[in-house]
Design a protein around this ligand. Structure first.
Ligand SMILES: [Zn+2]
Length: 142
């Protein structure tokens, strides 16, 4: 009986340590693959007010504003330069949308980063923009 107790006292901390380091190992890869800029921005545009999506119907489009017009050095935040042409802007937006598409957020809709319009209907993702015909990208409202 005494032997069993001694073994438990010796083994228990080892088990705990193994548990802890396994948990840390599982958490680490995620932490390393998410860059700072990905956390800050996963889209190029925003709408004017929080909750703008709540009053829209599936066929309503709302005007959006480009984020890069609101800051000094948008490139440092992973956003396109104010002088970037439409193709460059769209390329950056596609990259950000791909990241956002990996995360399921029920309220997400779609937008066109060139025409600066957004819609609440996620089923329109990758369908042609009604104005410029580029594929619509994933858009978060808040
Ligand atoms: Zn468009």
């Amino acid at each position: 009986m005494r032997f069993v107790t001694v073994v438990l006292v010796l083994v228990a901390p080892l088990l705990c340590f193994a548990c802890k380091s396994k948990k840390e190992a599982q958490a680490d890869p995620k932490r390393e693959t998410v860059k700072t800029q990905d956390i800050l921005y996963s889209q190029l545009d925003i709408t004017e007010n929080f909750g703008d999506n709540l009053k829209l119907k599936a066929d309503d489009w709302i005007k959006t504003s480009p984020l890069n017009a609101t800051m000094e050095n948008p490139e440092s935040m992973g956003l396109p330069s104010l002088h970037a042409d439409e193709n460059k802007v769209y390329d950056v937006a596609v990259g950000l949308s791909k990241l956002r598409e990996k995360i399921s957020i029920p309220s997400d809709g779609v937008y066109c980063p060139i025409c600066h319009i957004a819609n609440i209907d996620i089923n329109k993702l990758h369908t042609p923009c009604p104005k410029c015909k580029r594929k619509l990208l994933k858009f978060g409202w808040d």
